[in-house]
Design a protein around this ligand. Sequence first.
Ligand code: HEC
Ligand SMILES: [Cu+2]
Length: 361
Amino acid sequence: MSHISPVLWQFLVNWFKNFAVFPPEASTIAPYADALYFALVGVTITGLVLVFAMVTFFSIRYRKDRHPEAVQIEGSTVLEATWTLIPLGIFLVFFVWGALLYFRIYNAPPNAMNVYVVGKQWMWKVEHPGGQHEINALHIPAGIPIQVTLISQDVFHSFSIPAFRVKREAIPGRYTTVFFQATRPGKYHLFCTQYCGTDHSGMVGWVYVMAPDDYRAWAAGNTSGASLAQNGERLFAVMGCNACHTGTSQARGPNLFGLYNSRVRMTDGSTMVANEAYLREKILNPSLHVPAGFVPIMPNYQGQISESGLIDLVEYIKSLDSNYRLHQMMNKSVLDSAQPEPIGSANQGAGAAPVPGVQKP
Ligand code: HEC
Ligand SMILES: [Cu+2]
C-alpha cells in the first residue's frame, strides 16, 4: 500500500477500527428512538424496492417491440385514491409515533434532577445544584431521570449525546430543557452539533454515567463549597436585590417566597407561570411583564450579570419555595433508594440507627 500517503493510510486504519454504525443504547429512550429509526428505514427501503421493481417490470412488459402503438388511459379514481390513502396512512402512523416519542424526550418527569449547562464558544460549562462545576464533562448517576436546562452565552449551540439519543439547541437568551435517564455506567460522547465558529469541532466532551454510590462520592468530593442557591443568596445581597425584596408587606418589590412555579397575575390581567425562564427574564428585563399591584421600578440588570450568576439567582429564588425544597429532598431520596440496602443495615425494624454502647433488648 506504499502508493497511498501514510497519513491517509493511518487515517483509514483508525477510521475502520473505530467505525461504529451505531452508538450504544445507553438511555431509557434510546431503544424507542432506534425502533422509530429502523421502522423509517424499513419503510423507505420497501418503497424503494417496490418502485424499482415496478419500473423494471413495466418497462420490460410494455416495451416498444411488444406495444408499438401507445394506448391513452383516461385515469382511475380507485387507483388514485389507493395511492393517496395508503401513503397518507403510513405517514400518519409515523407522525403520531414521532410525536409521542418527542413528548417523552422533552417533558421531564417532575422528580428529575436538574443540571444547568451553559454553551459558549467553544465549551460546555456544567453547573450542578450542589455547586459542582465542570467543563466539557458531565457526571450523572445511572437510573435517575436527569433534566438538563440549557442556555448559550453567545451563539446557537446544540447539546447532543448520541448514546442517549438526545439533542437540544442551546439558545442565547432562553432556557431550553432536555430529559434523559442513563441506563448503565460508562463514558459517552458529548457533542456540539451546531456549527458555531472556528473551534466548533473542539466543542466536545464526555458524559460519565456512574453508579449512584460513585456519583454521590464524586459529588461530595467535587463541590466548590457553596451550592448554586447559596451563591445566589450572596449575589442577592451583593446586587442589592434585598433592598426591595425584603419579604415584608411595606417592601417595594414583591415577596419572592413561594414564587417559583406559582401563577403570577400581571397588570394586563394575564397570568404567567414563574418558571426558570420567567425568573431569568425578570432580572434582565423586569418591565416586560409587571405583576399586578406593582410599579415597574425594578432596575434592569442586563449586562451586569453572567449566565452563571443568573443561574445562581434563579436557584436561590427557587430555594425560597418550600415545595422546591421538598422536591430536592425527594431527589435525594430517589438517589438513596436507587442503591441496594447494605447487608445488616441498621435501618431494619422500627428503631432508628443503634446508638453505640446501647444494647437493644
Ligand atoms: C428598586 C427596587 C428593586 C430592586 C433593587 C430589585 N427589584 Fe425585583 N422587583 C421590584 C419590583 C417593584 C417588582 C415588581 C414590578 C416589576 O416586575 O417590574 C420586582 C419584581 C421581581 C421579580 C418578579 C416577582 C413576581 O412576583 O413575579 C423577581 C423574580 C425579582 N424582582 C427579582 C429581583 C432580583 C433577583 C433582584 C436583584 C438582582 C431584584 N429583583 C432587584 C423591585 C426591585
Ligand atoms: Cu457549539
